[in-house]
Design a protein around this ligand. Structure first.
Ligand code: HAM
Length: 416
């Protein structure tokens, strides 16, 4: 029997219920803040990711699903969506004016990762990106939106972990200090870190190998090498977060696995999720639009892993509340035709209703309704058909009453 590809899975039942609730909450919240949706293709030219996420990043270096298509174009299935959104913003000249552009997306991403809990090869992200906004206040606006979204989902134990990775101009001094530190204890670092310290020393800070993390004790910090403007930016963001009551802690090792960040980089940790995984991450990426061939505009954004969020919701709240609609059970051919007509009129009025169309007997229909968690069965037998009535059975209590067809929509809508 064919199975889904390793690292991918089918979403249904409780999991899709949570996905939908989360997506609905996200859309509602983002709309309130003036964000519009953008949907970009899953396939992009590989250069879009190489030139943004970075060739030295694990994502591009090891985890990309890339291939030559039948026209010999080198394409990749997007491992993230900031690069694709930036590509689209440039392509459609959406950044020609200085007006802020606020965009959100929801969709699947692909990374050939090692399998562990909460990590998949096809996973979903919800993300928000804002363009033309350079201030710490703009970051705060985006972080408030994010925090309120997570609060609305009932998540409480959240902490922003923040850092400033400065601008490319502050990095050479930091790199020099860091390489000197590294060389003094290089035997303690893994082979990958020896490559990383040459390509991009920031990646060493991000290494997950415990001995590397131990060897980093006392390492030079980026925040000590910030230029004045970046230092003031970072201080102002912390001040705003404090005033707004958004819980945060500083993490000088937080550099994130993607190359495009400038100044603010952050993650959100959830005490409920457990140690190894951030619920989401993001930051400022002021140079990226220009790097991909667009105008020199500042930008900020984040993405949250929907799979992890749904897992957390299930763990915290159990099954998503599900209301199985009432079931209309016609008995016999004439009743079935009438039931189709009635149901169609009621659906048009916005009533939720399932229709039993298998022609099974009442007992079987009620048993399967019970199994599906249906609360009410509407039974249309010959007697009811003649009188314009319907027998309504409450499957929890066994109580039965009789309604006229005309009263069905209002009564079902007030209590399905
Ligand atoms: P990222 O940290 O690579 O950032 O991914 C964001 C979130 O996606 C992670 O925190 C995690 O929840 C989820 N995620 C990543 N990989 C997997 C996986 N294999 N399985 C399940 N969930 C996963 C970005 O993608 C940036 N584009 C964020 C951003 C937006 N920065 C600026 N704007």
């Amino acid at each position: 029997m064919a199975q889904s590809v390793k690292g991918t899975r089918d979403l249904f039942g409780n999991e899709i219920d949570w996905f939908q609730r989360i997506e609905d909450t996200a859309r509602r919240t983002f709309k309130r803040h003036g964000y519009g949706e953008i949907r970009t293709p899953i396939l992009e030219e590989i250069e879009v990711f190489k030139r943004s996420v970075g060739e030295s990043s694990d994502i591009v270096h090891k985890e990309m699903y890339d291939f030559l298509d039948k026209g010999q174009r080198h394409v990749a299935m997007r491992p993230e969506n900031t690069a694709g959104v930036v590509r689209a913003m440039i392509q459609h000249k959406l950044l020609a004016s200085n007006d802020p552009q606020l965009m959100y997306y929801i969709g699947p991403m692909f990374r050939y990762e090692r399998m562990q809990a909460g990590r998949y090869r096809q996973f979903w992200q919800i993300g928000a990106e804002s363009f033309q906004v350079a201030t710490p206040e703009a970051e705060a606006e985006s972080l408030v939106m994010l925090y309120d979204f997570l609060q609305e989902l009932g998540l409480k134990q959240l902490t922003f972990s923040i850092n400033s990775v400065g601008t490319p101009a502050c990095r050479p001094a930091f790199y020099a200090a860091f390489r000197a530190f590294f060389e003094a204890r290089e035997a303690a670092f893994c082979e990958d870190c020896h490559r990383r310290v040459q390509d991009n020393p920031l990646r060493v800070l991000d290494c997950k190998v415990p001995t590397c993390q131990a060897a980093l004790e006392g390492h030079p910090q980026l925040v000590e090498h910030l230029d004045d403007a970046s230092r003031a930016h970072h201080a102002r963001l912390k001040e705003i977060l404090t005033v707004l009551g958004l819980p945060f802690e500083e993490n000088p090792r937080l550099v994130r696995g993607l190359d495009y960040y400038t100044r603010t980089a952050f993650e959100v940790l959830s005490a409920d999720l457990g140690a190894q995984s951030a619920l989401l991450g993001g930051g400022r990426y002021d140079g990226l639009v220009k790097q991909l061939g667009g105008p020199d505009v500042p930008a900020f954004g984040w993405s949250i892993g929907l799979d992890r969020l749904a897992m957390l919701m299930q763990r915290l709240h159990g099954d998503a509340p599900r209301e199985a609609p009432a079931l209309l059970i016609p008995l016999g051919e004439a009743a079935t035709l009438k039931a189709l007509e009635l149901a169609r009129a009621w659906w048009a009025l916005g009533v939720s209703l399932q229709l039993e169309t298998r022609g099974t007997n009442l007992k079987k229909a009620l048993t399967s309704a019970n199994r599906q968690g249906v609360r009410r069965a509407l039974i249309l037998g010959d007697g009811e058909l003649e009188q314009g009535l319907i027998a309504v059975k409450d499957l929890a209590t066994g109580d039965q009453e009789s309604w006229t067809w005309a009263e069905v929509p209002a009564r079902l809508q007030s209590r399905p």
